[in-house]
Design a protein around this ligand. Sequence first.
Ligand code: URA
Ligand code: SF4
Length: 261
Amino acid sequence: MGLVSLRRPKHAPAAPASESPPQEEHEESALSEPPAESFAPHTQLFSEKPKPLPVMLTTPIEGPAPSTKEKISLLAQMNRDEVSQCKKCRLCQTRTNTVFGEGDPDAKVFFIGEGPGETEDETGRPFVGKAGNLLNKMIAGMGLAREQVFIGNVVKCRPPGNRQPGPDEVAACTPYLVRQLETIRPRVIVTLGLPASKYMLNSNETMGRMRGIWHEWRGIKLMPTYHPAYLLRSYTEENRAAVWSDLKKVMTELGLTVPKK
Ligand code: URA
Ligand code: SF4
């Protein structure tokens, strides 16, 4: 089981890490929405047709998983021949480095963030700024090493000013993420924050509603939780407890020992 470092930085890391966090992902809309119970439930029964799930969400990944060796080569090839040279969206014009993602090709857990920030753009590596430090702590709290998981993003190039990636950018870039997931075949996906959770679940729900419960993406269990950058901005007891509770569910699913405290 080898760790692959899948990056091609154009130059070495510059000065100290400075990361402005991505856009807001508050639960405000969850709070401003009236609770479902305030509508007459019987009228919903007749007026709301169940929405068909998109094919991509429900169709399990086909065929046997590649071997470790094949995974390493597929991922390296995708990075070398495609992502590192990609011009499929306008983010290619402002990036310094593409950020493919990194970790164990046989990872049991695949974390999905939003997109590279300043430090990630400078280094070509995912989650190496302040949010990355907190993600490292979250991973360590689960009893894992960063090298044992895989860390990727919805978009591989930094959105200028750390704005959220636009729908066209997400649409252009996510085929890479899908192929990373199809190659690695983790047991569990953890989506960090709203853009990753919304994309993976094809949902318009708020983080507050999506997090903490198991979802599924093409036969793989998926747990949404708050983005570490959001946690840093809203470092409350409640938010930290929520993330820890979500991570404990992931640990239980993976058969990892959950500490009492
Ligand atoms: N935030 C993200 O969503 N991804 C990174 O890689 C770094 C910060
Ligand atoms: Fe290509 Fe994705 Fe970068 Fe856009 S964000 S240029 S699709 S790698």
